[in-house]
Ligand binder design. Sequence first.
Ligand SMILES: Cc1cc2nc3c(=O)[nH]c(=O)nc-3n(C[C@H](O)[C@H](O)[C@H](O)COP(=O)(O)OP(=O)(O)OC[C@H]3O[C@@H](n4cnc5c(N)ncnc54)[C@H](O)[C@@H]3O)c2cc1C
Length: 462
Amino acid sequence: MLDTKIISQLQKIVGKEAVLTAKEDLNAYSYDGTTTWAHLPDVVVLPTTAEQVSQILKLADENRVPVTPRGAGTNVSGGSIPIKGGIVLCTTRMTKILDINKTNLTATVEPGVVLQDFNMALAKEGLFYPPDPQSFLGCTIGGTVAENAGGPYCVKYGVTKQYVVGLEVVLANGYVMKLGGVTVKNRTGYELMMLFIGSEGTLGIITKVTLRLLPMPPASKTMMAVFDDMSAGGQAVSNILARGVIPAKVEFVDNFVIRRIEEMTPMGLPVDAKALLLLQADGSPAAVEVESGQIVDILKKSGAKEVKVAQDASEAAKYWGMRRAGFAAVFGAAKTVMAEDVAVPRDKLAEFIHKLEEISQRTGFFIQCLGHAGDGNLHPAIFTDVSDKENFAKAQQTMEEIFEAALSLGGVLSGEHGIGLEKQRFLSRAMDPVALDLMKKIKGLLDPNHILNPGKIWEEEA
Ligand SMILES: Cc1cc2nc3c(=O)[nH]c(=O)nc-3n(C[C@H](O)[C@H](O)[C@H](O)COP(=O)(O)OP(=O)(O)OC[C@H]3O[C@@H](n4cnc5c(N)ncnc54)[C@H](O)[C@@H]3O)c2cc1C
């Protein structure tokens, strides 16, 4: 329980109506995109300026109150769960797009700007910001930077960290620090900015972001390839990349998602297919023609039963809408869904899919699978029920086998969702112990009282 004096000081900083303490409000900030975790905060604060964030952190640091930063709460690793109670500092009122510079190809925004709003503002200027987590209708820029989010476009264009050129971050002691700037190149000292990208709210609160932009590609073409065999779909991805063709997007969905989407929104999907690959080529119209022709050819030679090329923008939008709904289709399928986020080297994708099938047969758990195949980043999911202890324990054991399978192929624990609460048990197996120790020392330097998102990435010692 938080001291009422702290609540009144918070009210002085941000105003009474920006401090929430009612049970129903606290409930709304107690969970995120995961289905396993929930914890009530003592209070939620909704600042509008970096100065307010600074004062909140000073107050929290002096009184050793945990602070969990939060954007839209769409993460799927438990990152924004206030697991130690205290303050949830939510940035959804910091929504200004401060600058879009068409000549410098940069934009500066506050952290609470919703990615879709940003994309719409850029589209009016003919500009393009590629990182496109499939939660873009709701997730915030601050959340995407703190998670170093990716998405379908990242196979060709790279993830969030490749676009951040400047950050304003409020440190745990309240200091407002500026890193980088508005230049695309910057070799001034250590790359400290990278420390904060993907730091899951444990090192500082991001209050301003400057992003590099691209011109909108003038043309694009979408293709959908149907496979009778899941690992053949994975092999097709490696075959495309090995031919030196880099599509803008390469996504994988399995039969479960195809059927669920077709049930919810009938669109004539091939419900008997074992897997679909959705691909997009983009660039100048001539380049798109050549590239899409090459992609179709490789897909057919790789065993695709059928390759459909979208005839217009609305057909393409239909296919991408299906991919976007994939996660929701999976999360609604069971009481508890363990959806993972492993990434393997792209030439090991078919082997990894094969291993998933083996694990599923051996353990008896159905393993659902979709993801950013072009990046070797898949989201295998297991359906369970956290209240059924025996089944849940077996599901956890099966998920552990999935991690081991990915690691044994040279893969990693998380491609884009982060460690949060979900994967800290496995961190020491997946990281060099000296690197892990260095991470903890960095945390200790930047946040000596461990107020920022405590309990995340690794369990804090009391
Ligand atoms: C349907 C669906 C599809 C998704 N698809 C993708 C995908 O394709 N790719 C992908 O990468 N992710 C995906 N995600 C996960 C999620 O949307 C991303 O991680 C996103 O970046 C989270 O943004 P958010 O604003 O919701 O952040 P939150 O969930 O609120 O927070 C995420 C983390 O960032 C920290 N944080 C938030 N704001 C700040 C800040 N201003 N300063 C410091 N720390 C902060 C939080 O403490 C937390 O640790 C998906 C999620 C869903 C539900």
